[in-house]
Design a protein around this ligand. Structure first.
Ligand code: HEM
Length: 312
């Protein structure tokens, strides 16, 4: 940690930012309009705009987005923590979007699209795991300078992260309940808790494709955490009798297990970075801290795909 109080560059006059969360009205371009514009500019980028904004800002409400970083302490490292925390929330949102659509495509029986989507989901997880390269530059003394300002705030209260866990099948009524008092968050969280996960939908599709699975795995209380099932393991073993490129269920299984592996690496990096930063001190969110995070690293979303490796 640099040994001085940071200077916060004053870049935006927040009082002039449009704080609406609605998409801002914009013109739509076309190949024709772009060609005409280049004729007018002679090939140099546009630098003059009407009103008090420009299309880049309007497209993604960038001035609003960049007005939301407000560290609460004078600790140098808090800005890094703040930016990376928000960046990770966005990345969880992107990852969840892919997993949600992978489930939609599986429901519609389109394994090809599911595989394409899973490739991006995997790339997101790599990216999120690598965010620890930046976060782990925060040292213990730097973190201590702002930790008290978190009060009982903790990543375990990330509803976006919880959606990712739930769509992958790691359900927890208890952790979901942390969002029950939030009328703008809870309905979607409750739906996610009670909905079949991507893996549940895949197991159903596999059964319909002739890889027989017991009713206990096909119809259950989806809000319960997924428990390994012998018939699912047997079905995957059958799938692995044909490991050719043409067997889409085999391709799907390998995509799932690769995703599980990458998420394990993410959890492991969280655990080791946190160990380095706070040792075995309690977490801000009420957990035992590193001990709790260590237990979480052992979780597998698709247990049969790991267990069956002994039999291959
Ligand atoms: C660099 C400083 C960080 C430290 C010291 C830290 C520490 C912890 C600790 C101790 C826990 C256990 C729960 C508790 O708080 O009692 C936890 C959970 C969690 N943290 Fe962090 N964390 C850090 C950064 C982040 C960031 C930037 C994110 C991303 C938004 C994040 C996401 C999470 C999530 C999602 C959980 C819940 C894990 C689960 O449910 O499996 N953490 N963190």
């Amino acid at each position: 940690m640099p040994d001085y109080k940071p200077v916060f560059p004053d870049l935006i006059d927040a009082s002039q930012v449009n704080s609406s969360v609605d998409p801002r009205p914009m013109d739509k371009g076309s190949a024709y309009s772009r060609t005409e514009t280049v004729k007018e500019t002679g090939g140099d980028p546009l630098v003059e705009f009407q009103g008090t904004t420009n299309p880049y800002i309007e497209y993604q409400s960038i001035d609003l987005l960049l007005s939301l970083q407000h560290p609460r302490s004078q600790g140098y490292d808090e800005m890094c923590f703040f930016v990376m925390g928000q960046a990770k929330e966005l990345l969880f949102k992107g990852l969840h979007f892919e997993l949600f659509n992978a489930r939609e495509q599986m429901r519609q029986g389109n394994i090809g699209n599911t595989l394409v989507i899973m490739e991006r989901a995997s790339a997101y997880v790599d990216y999120i795991a690598n965010s620890w390269n930046v976060l782990s530059t925060i040292k213990t003394e730097g973190f201590n300078q702002f930790r008290d300002y978190l009060s009982t705030a903790s990543g375990q209260l990330s509803f976006m992260y919880r959606h990712v866990e739930f769509i992958l099948g790691n359900k927890s009524r208890r952790l979901a309940a942390a969002h029950r008092n939030l009328p703008h968050i809870w309905p979607a969280m409750e739906d996610a808790l009670n909905a079949p996960s991507l893996y549940d939908v895949i197991i159903n599709a596999m059964h319909e494709a002739g890889y027989e699975v017991d009713q206990s795995a096909l119809k259950r209380d989806w809000a319960e955490d997924y428990r390994p099932n012998a018939s699912v393991r047997a079905a995957w073993l059958k799938v692995y009798q044909d490991t050719s490129a043409g067997n889409s269920y085999y391709q799907l299984a390998e995509a799932l297990v690769a995703l599980d592996e990458k998420i394990s690496l993410y959890r492991w990096r969280h655990f080791t970075s946190v160990h380095k930063i706070i040792g075995y001190k309690p977490g801000t969110g009420g957990s035992a801290g590193v001990g709790w995070l260590r237990r979480v690293t052992e979780h597998k979303f698709f247990p049969e795909l790991w267990d069956m490796r002994n039999d291959l």
